[in-house]
Design a protein around this ligand. Structure first.
Ligand code: NAI
Length: 517
């Protein structure tokens, strides 16, 4: 008889001589096994050399009181996320057409996804929630704040978004109507003309004065709410690209000088990122614009602060990065990938402006590259499927995004395999949990340090948070490393990072060998 599958909800404690739990830290020795390869063209073979590196991770076990500051707090994502946290914290249930609903964190990988750990004594597969591996902040304990160019209070913003059910909105009103976003850094040349009428809550003054004001907001928030750590997440509208001089784009001191000089190409998002970093707060770029320039990343390295970007991968692109991987992984050759999206929310309205659409279109298009170039048996060098993305603004649909994706692949012996997928979801319902996850995981990264044999001290992880690629359409990588878009490779990277922090090897899926005796 099958011994089945077991789900274990409790925190993980690893029992191994390589792992030590003190009151303050988890110390974990980890053997990083890599494979380096080179091509032996003369003899027509690939030479492979397994390599082993010894690392030791140290994770602070103390979960801080965390603040999450959203830029664009009064938007659909910002208001939906805030409402969800309050509803979960206060356990507010509501009536919908379907009956009584209760709050949850579905769609948040840290809260509601599970990881395969191993087998129990009976040989059953054991799964644990992702948040059980190392201590993570719980979303209900996060203190929320943020900025918006619109002065609407959060209850009005939630009504304007029309994402959550009316009965829930009504019950949340007393909690949300007294919350108003702080005045925002704003520059009308960076967002579409059609957003200007919203901008009634903005900072005045030079770029330097706006930066100082954002830093003051972060400090005041920390003091008022007794918050120990803060993560700043950009969830405001996509901006156009900033076109800074090469010097300001590459060197932190030149970037800071450009801000002092009130340089016109310093975008609001750059001011938020710099403010966050100078206040030692991780920064997440949830939109496609080029905020996280090399100079900003270097500034983050100097302050040992994680940064993550770009553009949340929540809907059609996420499915594409798993569906294309599925096709290519099965040895099928996708030749045409065509997706039509239509929705009618404010962000889509702003994307009807061609300049604002450009960064989004680049971000949506890059998602196939690593998947296609991983398989030369199907695709010759430089060959790609025809990839078309159409996006239309349909006001009546509001946040309810529909997308129709068609994949046409070449199959065995001249056959064709065509898949048509129709998705419908409220955009913010998919995206808000990602904001939570990136904030929670960025906070974790600030508690992790590591060292190699011979190192006396532990050092912080690289500032570019590659392990968060899973959440991004256009994942950033440090030092020109190739990005990974394939969703399950990204998911494994995240999972394996958490496992490494408690000294467990990567999830190897060697179950063909059976359970050990
Ligand atoms: P939204 O338009 O409802 O909200 C954006 C908010 O940002 C608005 O309230 C606006 O007033 C505010 N804002 C604009 N410029 C600002 C500034 N300089 N400072 C402070 N606030 C500012 O948009 P939504 O739907 O909440 O999306 C937010 C962002 O997330 C967009 O950039 C979108 O591209 C990105 N995103 C959303 C996804 C999704 O909803 N599924 C997926 C991937 C990315």
């Amino acid at each position: 008889a099958s011994v089945g599958v077991r789900y274990s909800p409790w925190p993980v404690q690893v029992d191994s001589p390589e792992v030590h739990y003190s009151d303050e830290y988890i110390f974990a020795k980890f053997h990083y096994e890599q494979v380096s390869t080179c091509e032996d063209r003369q003899n027509g073979r690939t030479l492979v050399r397994p390599e082993r590196q010894q690392l030791e991770f140290r994770t602070d076990r103390c979960v801080p009181r965390l603040g999450l500051l959203q830029v664009g707090w009064g938007g659909n994502n910002g208001s939906t996320l805030t409402a969800a946290v309050v509803a979960n914290r206060e356990n507010i249930c509501w009536e919908s057409r379907e009956g009584l609903c209760s709050p949850n964190y579905y769609g948040s990988v840290t809260q509601t996804a599970s990881v395969h750990l191993g087998c129990d004594e009976q040989g059953a597969d054991v799964f644990v929630p992702l948040h059980a591996i190392v201590p993570l902040v719980h979303p209900n304990d996060i203190i929320l704040g943020g900025w918006d160019i619109s002065s609407s209070n959060l209850a009005d913003a939630l009504d304007r978004a029309k994402v959550l059910d009316v009965d829930l909105r009504r019950q949340l009103r007393p909690f949300l109507e007294r919350i108003k976003p702080w005045r925002a850094a704003f520059d009308k040349s960076f967002i579409a003309q059609n957003q200007q009428s919203r901008a009634d809550n903005i900072l005045s003054g030079s770029k330097q004065e706006q930066l100082d004001s954002l830093r003051d907001d972060i400090r005041r928030f920390k003091a008022e709410h007794k918050v120990e750590k803060v993560v700043v997440v950009w969830s405001a509208n996509s901006e156009r690209y900033a076109e800074l001089t090469t010097e300001a784009a590459c060197l932190p001191e030149k970037l800071l000088q450009a801000i002092r000089n009130n340089e016109a190409e310093i975008s609001p998002s750059i001011l938020y990122a710099v403010a966050a970093i100078l206040e030692h707060c991780p920064y997440v770029n949830g939109s496609p614009q080029n905020t996280l320039l090399p100079s900003v990343v270097e500034l983050a390295r100097q302050q040992a602060v994680p940064v993550s970007g770009n553009d949340f991968k929540s809907g059609q692109t996420r499915l594409k990065s798993v569906f294309t991987d599925f096709l290519v992984g099965c040895g099928l050759k996708p030749r045409a990938i065509v997706t039509y999206n239509h929705l009618g929310n404010n962000d889509m309205y702003q994307l009807t402006d061609g300049t604002m659409w450009k960064p989004k279109s680049v971000s949506k298009s890059g998602v196939l590259e690593d998947i296609v170039s991983s398989n030369r048996a199907l695709f010759a060098e430089g060959e790609e499927p025809d990839h078309v993305v159409v996006v239309k603004y349909v006001p009546f649909l509001g946040d309810s995004k529909r997308d129709i994706s068609e994949y046409t692949s070449e199959a065995f012996m001249g056959g064709r395999y065509t898949n048509i997928i129709h998705n419908e979801a409220l955009d913010s319902i998919l995206c808000a949990p990602l904001i939570l996850d990136t904030a929670i995981l960025c906070e974790l990264l600030t508690r992790v340090t590591f060292r190699r044999p011979g190192d006396e001290t532990y050092r912080p992880l690289e500032s570019v948070a590659v392990a968060l690629s899973f959440f991004m359409k256009n994942p950033m990588t440090p030092y020109g490393l190739p990005p990974v878009n394939a969703l399950w490779r990204q998911r494994l990277c995240l999972e394996n990072m958490l496992r490494a922090l408690v000294g467990l090897g990567p999830s190897h899926e060697l179950w063909f060998l059976g359970a050990s005796d």
